[in-house]
Design a protein around this ligand. Structure first.
Ligand SMILES: C[S@@+](CC[C@H](N)C(=O)[O-])C[C@H]1O[C@@H](n2cnc3c(N)ncnc32)[C@H](O)[C@@H]1O
Length: 489
């Protein structure tokens, strides 16, 4: 549940080894954005930072072009359904029949015209066509024609000047007080299908919107939808083993990074990008960990104390394990288990950077473990507290992981709920009588959250639910997620 912390300097996770003789060509931000979008679309698992690393963006673009590329890639991924509705309204060919590079170039052009200020619309269109390069001579005219037709029929204005009366089918609220009016119908009418209308305008899968509308008030759902497209805030956890909050804020200011206090005692909010934050000397010196405040609630709920034995069953990359260690003043024994040895290396890296010596990383899959064989030594004694921060659909953190919204499905949610159930049931077996157990996700889906906890409670009458909390994301607020605290006996 810690996408904010799952970052490396350079924006990427593990990628291909760097060839010593490879001299990448300097490139154009829009052309590289198209390549990145194509890579992500072809893969079910690749995340933006992986694509950025694979294309060697860091070496091929200067800082300004890199910022534009990230804006384009994240923006097009986020707004994909809305962009496709606009393209479909102006194209004679159905979206499903448009060749994939052309479709990405169209999305890039429409995104720039509608959602970016500062690029004159005609230039945005020409640049989207140019980004296609010479690979598709015939396609350039096709893309140019659709984008220019759209330009003739769209009017972007301040929302304050919107006098109402326009059909919702022709009106698109944009971010930051702007609205676009089209002279032809682009969206379905909300009276015909509200969930689909909201999905089209906010660019999310309709099945998710429909599920949220069944569980929450309309205003709450609109908050979730707006949050999914808002720029996520950058918050960090102060490493109080090394510095206090005021000291860190002053230290960051001395490095030119503005920061202020967050809500939790150990939280700060940064007015800087995550990349700027992880490039600071304060980061290298282990003075903070990038983590959202919703994620900080989890380790706090377990109330770790000096001298306790604590197990984190799904620990990588170590956001909550290192927080547990800090809350116990560095004097608890924390066993940080993860089944993925490569991800587990991040736990060791983070502990080394933060100066957390009490954390013991352990590559192990407790669910697949054969009970006939002995447990690894660090797991043989029961624990005072156990955390299961399980893999989930990430529907509470869609703003941070824009590619995720197009990969989530009902089947995936059900599968993840099963996986979460297996992990929570197994986590319970490591808790000593009277011990605490926390379960958390960054999902908003009931099956993955309360549904899992209820099943485990029913099967284990000795287990008590002390509290559960769902955080609903809102623009400018914390990430979404779920947390339950249980006690055995
Ligand atoms: C949501 S992430 C954990 C994030 C981490 N708690 C943090 O705060 O940085 C879920 C982790 O569970 C691990 N995982 C999934 N299934 C597992 C299993 N059966 N046993 C151990 N770890 C597992 C994944 O490898 C992944 O690293």
């Amino acid at each position: 549940m810690s996408p904010a912390g799952d970052r490396r300097p350079g924006g990427g996770r593990r990628g291909p080894a760097r060839g010593a003789r490879f001299q990448p060509e300097p490139a154009n931000a829009r052309a590289l954005a198209l390549e990145a979008l194509a890579l992500i679309e072809r893969s079910r698992t690749r995340l933006v930072p992986d694509a950025i690393e694979r294309l060697r963006v860091e070496e091929r673009l200067d800082a300004r072009s890199r910022r534009l590329l990230l804006e384009l890639v994240y923006g097009v991924l986020r707004r994909r359904l809305t962009l496709d509705c606009v393209i479909a309204a102006f194209s004679r060919q159905p979206i499903s029949e448009i060749e994939s590079d052309c479709l990405q170039a169209l999305r890039l052009g429409v995104y720039q015209v509608l959602f970016l200020d500062g690029i004159p619309p005609h230039a945005a269109v020409s640049e989207a066509v140019e980004a296609l390069g010479s690979r598709h001579p015939g396609a350039r005219g096709f893309v140019n024609g659709i984008l220019r037709a759209m330009l003739r029929e769209v009017n972007k204005t301040d929302a304050a000047l919107d006098r109402g009366g326009a059909s919702p089918r022709k009106r698109l609220p944009l971010s930051e007080g702007k609205v676009a009016f089209f002279s032809r119908e682009v969206f379905i009418h909300p009276d015909e299908n509200r969930a689909l209308y909201l999905a089209q305008v906010h660019s999310l899968p309709a099945f998710l919107v429909e599920r949220w509308l069944k569980r929450h008030d309309r205003a709450v759902v609109e908050g979730i939808l707006l949050a999914a497209n808002a720029r996520p805030r950058v918050s960090a956890r102060v490493n109080r083993l090394r510095i206090d909050r005021e000291g860190l804020v002053r230290r960051l200011q001395s490095e030119g990074l503005a920061a202020g206090a967050g809500q939790a005692d150990e939280a700060i909010l940064l007015d800087a990008s995550p990349l700027e934050a992880v490039r600071s000397a304060a980061f290298s010196e282990g003075l903070f960990y990038l983590q959202d405040e919703a994620a900080m609630k989890v380790a706090r709920a377990l109330e770790p104390k000096p001298g306790e034995r604590i197990l984190d069953l799904c620990a990588a990359p170590g956001g909550k394990a290192t927080h547990l260690a800090e809350l116990a003043a560095g004097q608890a024994e924390i066993v940080a288990v993860d089944r993925d040895p490569e991800r587990l290396e991040r736990v060791a890296e983070n502990c080394a950077r933060l100066g957390n010596r009490g954390v013991v990383p352990l590559a192990f899959d407790p669910v697949a473990h054969d009970p006939a064989t002995a447990l690894p030594e660090p797991l043989r004694q029961p624990f005072d507290a156990v955390l299961a921060d399980v893999p989930c659909s990430n529907t509470g953190v869609l703003a941070r992981r824009p590619e995720v919204r197009w990969r989530v499905s009902l089947d995936a949610i059900r599968g993840l709920a099963e996986q979460g159930h297996g992990l929570l049931a197994r986590a319970l077996s490591f808790v000593k009588p009277g011990g605490r157990l926390a379960f958390s996700t960054c999902s908003l889906e009931e099956e993955e959250n309360g549904g899992v906890v209820s099943r485990v409670l029913v099967a284990n009458p000795g287990l008590r639910l002390l509290r559960q909390e769902e955080t609903i994301p809102a623009p400018g607020g914390p990430d979404g997620g779920y947390l339950a605290l249980l006690r055995l006996g």
